[in-house]
Each structure stands twice: as C-alpha cells, then as structure tokens.
Design a protein around this ligand. Structure first.
Ligand SMILES: [Fe+2]
Ligand SMILES: [Fe+2]
Length: 350
C-alpha cells in the first residue's frame, strides 16, 4: 500500500532514534491521522510508535470506532503518523474509499485541493485493489465508493476533469490506467450528453473503472512483464475481457451495459476485435466509448517496452491506422472534448 503520510512528524526530530526500526515498520502501513474519522466503524487496528519505548503500542482495536476524544488526543500531540498492521490492509482500503465522498462533499475545500486529494486517495485505493484483490463483494463495494465519489465530483465540477487530467501519470499500470479511462470516458460522455442522469453517470463511471478487472485473473508476471508479450502470453492476456465479465455478471447493482464494458472494450467496429468479434452497433455505445479512451490512454502512456506517444501522434494513429477498428464518430467527439479541456496541442512538437 502507498503510505498515506505526506509530511514528517512535526513534533519529533527526524532521525533514526525517533523513527520505527525498518524491520518492524515494514509490518505496518503508515497513515496520516487526517484520514481518520470519529465514530465511523473501522475493521482495522491502529498502533502508535512510541519513540521512548522504541516500540509500537496499540491505540485502537480492530472493529472499534475511533472515539472523538481519541481523535482529539492524536491531534493535540501534533501531526504524527498512525500505523495499521499490513494484515488489515483490505479493511483500511475500504475505509479510505469511504473518505472520498466526504472530500467531494467538503464545501470548504478549494476545487484544486479537493481534486488532488481525490486523485491521491482514489489511486491508493485502486492500487490496493489490483495489487491484493479482496473477495469480489469487497472489491466491488470498494470500487463503487471510488466511482460514486468520482462521478459526483466530475458532474458537480466539470473543471475537475481537466485538473485530474493534468495530475495524470504517464507510466502505465492497470490501476492508473483504470482511473484515467474512467475520468476521460466520463468526460467524453458528459461532452456528448450534458444532461445525463446521475444514475447513468454513476453506472458508466464504475463500468469504466472496472473495465480491466479481468486482469486480476491474469498471472502477475504477464501484466507486469517488462517487455513485449510472446504470442502464447498474448493469448492469455486476451482472456481478460471474459474473465472480467464473469467477475461482474452476478452483481445486480449496476446495469448489464455497464458490465458489458469489461466484456466488449476490445471489440472493433470492423469485427476484428476480441473476444466475440462482434461489429458496429452490436457493440454497445459505452463499450465503443471505452475503447476510444482505452486506446488513447495506452498509446499516450509509457510502457516497459515503448515510450509514450504525444497526443497528436496518438490521435493520428487512431484516426488513420485504426480507422476501421475505432468508432470514428466517437473519436471525433473525443478530439473535440480534449480540445475543450485545453489538453491537446494540435501541432507536432519541435
Ligand atoms: Fe482491457
Ligand atoms: Fe484497458
């Protein structure tokens, strides 16, 4: 898990005596106390590191909510980290996903700060889900918290779409790619349907966020392989749409079309895609939309075997070389959307 502690402890000298020994610290996730909310159920325990005793001390047991006076006692000592045992990381990840709604609804936060906080926390949650997938119910519940918060932010503050795009990292990995595809895909959808209902936007956001969930069932050596896949490995990788759909198909909370994004996002309008080889409008609109942003994000991200393309070259390739595979009407709208976000430099770099 990404340690969610950005600043050093303000009350203590920053040296080895005051820091936990690395061999013990590795058993804990370091967390900024600002992520703790009083009275909310939390299925993880919390420890503090006591420098004078050179050991971790239990602060709150698993299953107990944090009482307001406990939270107060943490804050009164200055801002310092708390520690959660690594074996409680799934519960912590869910808890952090619940924080996202609070951040989005916090009217006191300037939009840039709010967007940055949502970005950091959403990436952490998605990384944890893909690195150590919990059972499917927990996975979907946690991702749903992320997608709801994201959908609410993007709908209430369209400027946040451009801000999130600026915060985008260009190093490809599944959890970052999932967030990028979700943000750009919802942005494109809102560009096409500005009056879309909240239900439709929530539905799409989660469908896009989970479009590559099937990669959890592909061996890690393939998804993380530093280099091109062999033909045999590529065949295994191509199974992720069906594997993803199988994970989602029994989830009743969202629409069938949203689940189908996982199944159909690698189909091509000329029938050359996979897994079914269906064509044109038999591919649902949201899956065709996902393909546009999916390909764009993959081309404009650094891969282990290839440096990223700039936006212009990626769009030329998608318009020219992938003309028969990608829905060109949607691609034209995507280019207009990118232009509107001010992110597209329509000229070749010098
Ligand atoms: Fe995919
Ligand atoms: Fe993808």
């Amino acid at each position: 898990m990404i340690p969610l502690m950005h600043s050093p402890a303000s009350h203590a000298p920053h040296n080895a005596v005051w820091s936990p020994p690395p061999e013990e610290e590795k058993n804990y996730i370091k967390l900024d106390q600002k992520y703790l909310v009083a009275n909310r159920a939390s299925d993880f325990s919390i420890y503090l590191f006591v420098p004078t005793r050179r050991r971790f001390v239990l602060f709150k047991s698993e299953g107990e909510p944090i009482r307001p006076e406990q939270l107060e006692s943490l804050t009164s000592g200055g801002r310092r980290p708390v520690y959660v045992p690594v074996e409680h990381s799934t519960a912590l990840t869910y808890y952090l996903s619940e924080n996202l709604t609070g951040i989005v609804e916090d009217a006191s936060l300037p939009l840039e700060v709010k967007t940055e906080e949502v970005h950091t926390l959403a990436l952490t949650v998605m990384k944890n889900l893909f690195d150590s997938p919990p059972d499917m119910g927990e996975f979907i519940a946690t991702a749903t918290n992320v997608s709801h918060a994201l959908a609410d932010l993007l709908t209430a503050s369209p400027l946040s779409i451009g801000m999130l795009n600026r915060l985008r990292s260009y190093d490809y990995c599944t959890y970052r790619h999932s967030l990028n595809v979700s943000v750009m895909g919802v942005g494109l959808f809102l560009h096409l349907h500005p009056g879309a209902s909240a239900v439709a936007i929530h539905d799409l956001t989660r469908g896009l966020l989970l479009h590559d969930i099937g990669k959890c069932d592909v061996p890690r050596e393939l998804t993380n392989k530093p280099g091109r896949l062999t033909d045999a490995e590529w065949q295994i990788m191509r199974s992720h749409p069906i594997k993803g759909y199988k994970r989602l198909e029994h989830d009743k909370a969202l629409s069938q079309e949203s689940h189908q994004i996982a199944l159909f996002h690698h189909e091509a309008v000329d029938g050359s895609g996979y897994p079914k080889g269906i064509r044109k409008n038999t591919i649902p609109l949201t899956s065709r939309l996902c393909k546009v942003v999916d390909v764009y994000d993959a081309l404009t991200s650094n891969r282990s075997y290839k440096l990223r393309m700039n936006a212009f070259d990626a769009l030329v390739l998608m318009t020219r070389d992938m003309k028969t595979q990608i829905d060109q009407d949607l691609l034209k709208e995507f280019i207009l959307f990118l232009d509107r976000m001010g992110k597209l430099i329509v000229r070749r770099p010098l």
